[in-house]
Design a protein around this ligand. Structure first.
Ligand code: CAA
Length: 444
């Protein structure tokens, strides 16, 4: 079978930054360490007045196309994954293609365009669709563009307000990829849940604490589904990217994952002297007693050197970018992959042919876990990212400015303020058209 996977990646952050410990925490009367240590977040990215899911997605895609020397004819498919769509019919991919057609010769008239929705897991679903399209031999030598783009805003005062973010990740899916191949093993954990949803409303209804339990429950199911296809061992994987609503959530997901896949292995035996064997359901009278024992075991596990070494090597490097940008919903797990590869390159770590276990999640709810293999060529590709420059260039906003920008992006308000930054060499939102459509232009 042809090797298919992620050939290139680009990251585009919103142009504003809200400092959580310095600016947000004091206004909320909270300890800054709740953000830096508890949630694991230092800052959130926000879109300036002229930015939205289309501009961020188009800007990421343009840099990717320029860098890879691509023309519209080279692309046979454009899928946008988002949970921040502003149109119930016309997909954001048509807007993004329209933007790109303004700056390239040629057009995307023969490319299949769509929009994928399943909360944050939709970005991974769009990658899967693109891989399948190529594996099926329908691509006629062309590649697919997958763009995960979101403005992850919560209602003011909602508990999720601390985890907001805005940005896009564009990925080129192609044969003989430079970054990672997407391997066929894939597991799902999926159930009808109401942990986080937007029933015809812009900002989500969120049951924050329950959403964390649902994340873990679906992740466990997806792991079981993968295990029905192949054996898993913690040392199989060099990198384990998770969906990152906030890094503190990944801390919990990683502990569950390690506990689960080390059960019945030499690792469980090795740890038994220090913390005992893992609790087994048959040794307990009821579910509650079993769950309490599991919680206690997991707490002990995360204190062991064996676990810490595994976490620091496979999970911690995935969190580097997210700590400074917040939740990007559909893009988050793809930021995690990019962050780990970037840190590996900077640290001189050899990842050629190493396996990754990629753990995606979308509320509502579905977890998907699949395996990727890092391709020789990944270092050269990942070296092209300019995310550090972008993060440094963001304007650090005050709390009053944050309040204004939140209102600007609230569909129920009409707030007209000047932009905080000056756009340069990027697509910008440029007002409304006759049919209520959003209009865009490229600023030199
Ligand atoms: N120093 C160190 N740590 C501190 C601290 C301090 N001063 N103060 C608090 N903390 C810790 C807490 O102990 C807690 O950690 P543990 O869970 O490990 O105990 C952590 O910081 C967060 O504190 P709280 O639980 O008090 O925070 P909260 O109640 O204000 O909000 C939340 C947490 C419910 C997750 C909220 O951020 C939220 O609603 N977020 C949106 C929903 C979400 O992200 N859910 C995640 C799963 S769903 C998903 O993944 C999809 C998605 O993208 C939305």
């Amino acid at each position: 079978m042809t090797t298919v996977g992620i050939d290139a990646v680009e990251i585009r952050t919103g142009n504003l930054k809200l400092d959580l410990p310095e600016t947000f925490a004091p206004e909320k009367g909270e300890d800054p360490e709740k953000y830096t240590k508890g949630l694991g977040l230092h800052a959130s990215s926000f879109p300036d007045v002229y930015e939205d899911i289309v501009t961020m997605g188009a800007n990421a895609a343009k840099r990717l196309m320029d860098r890879k020397g691509l023309e519209p004819d080279d692309i046979g498919r454009i899928d946008v994954a988002t949970e921040s769509a502003f149109d119930h019919s016309k997909p954001a991919s048509t807007y993004i293609a329209g933007c790109l057609e303004d700056v390239y010769e040629g057009d995307f008239h023969h490319a299949n365009k769509g929009e994928r929705k399943f909360a944050c897991v939709a970005g991974t679903q769009a990658v899967d669709d693109a891989v399948n399209w190529i594996q099926a031999g329908k691509n006629r030598g062309r590649a697919a563009l997958v763009i995960a783009t979101d403005t992850a805003l919560y209602e003011r005062g909602d508990s999720g307000e601390a985890t907001q973010g805005a940005g896009a990740v564009a990925m080129l899916i192609d044969e003989d990829p430079s970054l990672t191949s997407v391997d066929p093993v894939q597991g799902f954990g999926s159930a009808d849940e109401t942990d986080f949803l937007k029933p015809n409303q812009q900002f989500p209804s969120v049951d924050g604490k329950r959403s964390m339990q649902v994340y873990l429950a679906r992740m466990r199911e997806a792991l079981q589904d993968v295990e029905s296809q192949r054996d898993l061992h913690p040392d199989d994987f060099a990198v384990v990217p998770f969906h990152i609503p906030f890094p503190g959530m990944v801390r919990k997901g990683a502990a569950l994952g390690f506990r689960h896949i080390s059960r019945g292995t030499d690792v469980e035996e090795e740890l038994a002297e220090e913390i005992g064997m893992q609790p087994r359901r048959e040794d307990f009278e009821d579910d509650e007693a079993f769950r309490d024992a599991l919680t206690e075991y997991t707490d002990d596990l995360t204190g062991t050197d064996r676990y810490r070494e595994w976490y620091d090597r496979t999970v911690e490097p995935t969190l580097g970018i997210s700590r400074h940008v917040g939740n990007w919903y559909t893009g988050s797990v793809h930021l995690a992959r990019a962050s780990a590869l970037k840190e590996a390159r900077e640290g001189g770590r050899d990842l050629d042919d190493a396996e990754m276990m990629v753990c995606s999640y979308g509320s509502g709810a579905q977890a998907e876990i699949h395996i990727e293999t890092v391709q020789p060529g990944w270092e050269e590709e990942i070296a092209q990212l300019n995310v550090d420059e972008q993060l440094r260039a963001r304007k650090d906003i005050t709390f009053a400015e944050y309040e204004q920008i939140h209102e600007v992006h609230n569909y129920d308000e009409t707030t007209d303020i000047d932009a905080f930054t000056t756009p340069e060499e990027e697509f910008v939102f440029d007002g409304w058209g006759r049919m209520g459509e959003r209009k865009y232009t490229y600023v030199e």
